[in-house]
Design a protein around this ligand. Sequence first.
Ligand code: ASP
Length: 313
Amino acid sequence: MRRLLIIGTGGTISCGKTENGLAPAFGITELLAAAGLDGRADIVSEQLFGLDSTNMTPRHWEKLARRIVQRYDEFDGFVITHGTDTMAYAAASLSCLIQNSRKPIVFTGSMKPMTDEDSDAPKNLRDAVKFAVDERAFGVRVVFCGEIIDGRCAHKWDTDTVDPYESVNNEDYGYFWHDGKIAFGEEYSGETRFYEHLSDDVFLIKLIPGQGLYVPENTKALILESYGSGGVPDYLLDEVTKLAGKGVYVIIATQCPYGGTHLNEYEVGQYAARVCPLLETGKMTVEYAVARARWALAYSDNFEDFKRLFNDG
Ligand code: ASP
């Protein structure tokens, strides 16, 4: 029988009503019982955090990855219940810390607390478990509302529906048919690589037309969320070039959720890339670009190495 470790971290799925609004109140054992998953010999659970995911930071995701690595050989798969607000950042971070995982590491949660009568929580949790115990499953995934999304591609795009995630610039890795069967994507190949650290020295600035550039002192990698295909406004080019000259790695992203950057397409991108060493996010989500930059920064000490690590994933 396949063995699963289910780790609770908080989020709406675990929330109860308080006079100050929803807040995490229930532990993972209560969630498993409510979803009808308790008492199964192949499931072990533990509570790592009890947080609204608004309060999650890279330190929490490093700790989560460490815990999974400590127990990697004991289990066939891992399910993490997590708040939806930063789940895309969490899945992106875990995708960098445990790369090409042979075993499934599955994030799920819900938009309505488990205790609500019409909650999406029981189905999401059951789907996540069903996927994680399947021997074809691998990699970091977000399982939500019948979809199975690559952890590098998830983006929360809606605050009001029970289907808040999109797989950006990539089809869903898999999904659940109406009869509960699972449609899987590609098969596993290669090997799993484990890492421990994410740097704190990555900053992201969303450009708005006319705004200056105010960059914190400790910035080592700067993601500029530019417009459309990507470019640097003429009025910021001196500032960006100066930052690059001081050793800051500058990465151009786009505010468009789909399509990605194509820095070479327009003069505002091509010219900027000629006068200054720029990287671009291409088809990465912003969440994954942030995680990738944090990881690449932690494991490189020069621009060429950073560039290779940032681009190779
Ligand atoms: N604020 C909640 C959280 O991210 C939202 C949710 O889980 O849906 O923890």
